[in-house]
Design a protein around this ligand. Structure first.
Ligand code: ADP
Ligand code: MG
Length: 303
């Protein structure tokens, strides 16, 4: 169990994180979300023991994770961290990078393990390629595999799929998160991408103004976004009569009190996102068809 107790941290005088507390059980997947600069990366680095805290404690099971003041060597076997900027060894191959920290004492086991991890990150074909020739996304996948090599009990992932193109992203996410669940590895993932959260995260922690604004189930937060910040994470939304309403919760009806003027229809694949004006405010809703500019439509809320 990861136990984060009341931590406060600052790089200089002003705190970046204040009174942060949460827990994570074995195999749990916890997403840390928040706007750029909200402290997601800082929090992961603290959990890893890269910094000394002003206040608070971090425990994994019975062991306290201490900062550099108390623990000269950063890092533990039970905990791995994949940073936003991954440092790999460029002049050796993908499989050598992954196997770097595996024992040479059992070469067959090392090879089996490396092959398994190459599958997880979908890089089997690139095993013999030198890392320096890979794209950013491919390097990110090597960094992931290397972090998993010695089977940690907990892994900290900082925007793990940010460099990976859309063609690969979906299947890679499923593969990596499934592997972590199957192997009972606790995962703390910092992200600003809802697709890293929905379908994978067991809980979602929202960082805002240096603190944990909310810690709840993704489904609960999606269905009842209590603030515009949470709603904006999930998609386009409106505030109608002080209520948060997603664009997909508005539909055109024959008549209603909500009369809007269409301004633009954006093609989104399965639907059009329509920008309209309602009582002088911009309004977004989804519609199956493109609508003409300046058309008058009546819409209603379907929650
Ligand atoms: P996020 O990952 O959510 O984008 P960060 O944890 O990177 O946020 O940054 C949180 C805050 O801490 C930001 O205001 C950022 O400018 C500041 N910060 C990050 N790293 C450092 C550093 N090494 N020294 C000083 N300030 C930093
Ligand atoms: Mg960051």
């Amino acid at each position: 169990m990861l136990n984060v107790k009341n931590l406060t941290f600052s790089y200089d005088k002003t705190p970046v994180l204040k009174n942060i507390s949460f827990k994570a059980k074995p195999s749990e997947n916890i997403a840390i979300i928040g706007e750029s600069g909200s402290g997601k990366s800082t929090l992961l680095k603290i959990l890893y023991g890269e910094y000394d805290l002003i206040e608070g404690h971090v425990f994994w099971k019975d062991e306290e994770i201490l900062g550099p003041k108390y623990n000269l060597v950063v890092g533990h076997d039970f905990m791995k961290y994949v940073a936003q900027e991954f440092d790999l060894m460029p002049f050796i191959t993908v499989e050598e990078n992954i196997g770097k920290f595996l024992s040479n004492f059992y070469p067959e086991e090392k090879q089996r393990r490396t092959a398994e991890l190459l599958e997880v990150v979908e890089l089997t074909k690139f095993a013999k390629i030198k890392v320096k020739t890979l794209s950013g996304g491919q390097k990110q996948r090597v960094a992931l595999a290397r972090a998993l090599a010695k089977q940690p009990e907990i892994i900290l992932l900082d925007e793990p799929f940010s460099h990976i193109d859309n063609f690969k992203k979906q299947s890679l996410r499923r593969s990596v998160f499934k592997y972590l669940k199957d192997e009972n590895i606790t995962c703390i993932v910092a992200t600003h991408d809802k697709d890293d959260v929905l379908g994978f995260a067991d809980r979602m922690i929202v960082l805002n103004q240096k603190q944990i604004a909310i810690n709840n189930l993704p489904e609960t937060l999606y269905k009842n976004p209590t603030t515009p910040l949470i709603a904006s994470f999930f998609g386009e939304f409106n505030i109608i009569n002080n209520e948060i309403v997603y664009a997909n919760q508005l539909k055109i009806v024959k008549r209603s009190k909500l009369e809007a003027v269409v301004k633009h229809s954006y093609f989104k694949g399965p639907y059009y996102l329509v920008e309209a004006v309602l009582d002088g405010n911009v309004l977004f809703f989804e519609n199956q068809f493109k609508l003409e500019k300046n058309a008058i439509v009546y819409i209603d809320i379907f929650k």
